[in-house]
Write a protein that binds this ligand. Structure first.
Ligand SMILES: [Fe+2]
Length: 159
């Protein structure tokens, strides 16, 4: 499963990069919780997940990572929900990048994938006209940059 593989990858990446594995791990295990039908409010899973986590008292650092995961700001703009996302602080770049890396190098079935294949798969899954496809095309350079930055940080940390 995607979510558990992303969560496990986060725990490894956190150790490699000297980040808090409690915070990064929790954010990654929870990043797609907003897809749960009972939690849908705005219809954008990053915001709906963050709202739920804030409501139930999770650490704001985790809430902010879920809210902003994987270039959520661009999806919020596509959906006319940027003002809703503005309720959540942007996480520190190293954490935001790390969530994006774990999410975007893990396929829907939990297997490791390269980021370009992940982006292509999302486009195919949603189809050419879908809002998510428009979003992912806009987000592509930023998502790839985030993955590259994390790879560079991991290489530097292991050198
Ligand atoms: Fe997500």
């Amino acid at each position: 499963m995607h979510v558990s593989a992303v969560g496990r990858k986060a725990e490894t990446v956190a150790v490699e990069l000297g980040l808090s594995s409690d915070l990064l791990g929790a954010a990654c295990w929870l990043h797609d919780i907003g897809y749960a039908p009972a939690l849908v409010q705005t219809g954008m899973h990053a915001i709906d997940g963050a709202r739920y986590l804030r409501r139930t008292g999770w650490d704001e650092r985790i809430v902010s990572m879920v809210a902003h995961h994987s270039c959520a700001i661009l999806e919020a703009e596509e959906r006319g929900l940027a003002h809703e996302l503005a309720d959540y602080q942007r996480p520190p770049e190293v954490y935001e990048d790390a969530v994006c890396f774990c999410d975007m190098t893990t396929g829907p079935d939990g297997s490791p994938v390269i980021v370009r294949d992940r982006l292509a798969e999302i486009e195919v899954r949603y189809g050419p006209e879908h809002l998510v496809t428009r979003f992912i095309r806009r987000a592509r350079p930023q998502i790839i940059d985030a993955v590259v930055r994390v790879d560079e940080r991991r290489a530097a940390a292991s050198a």
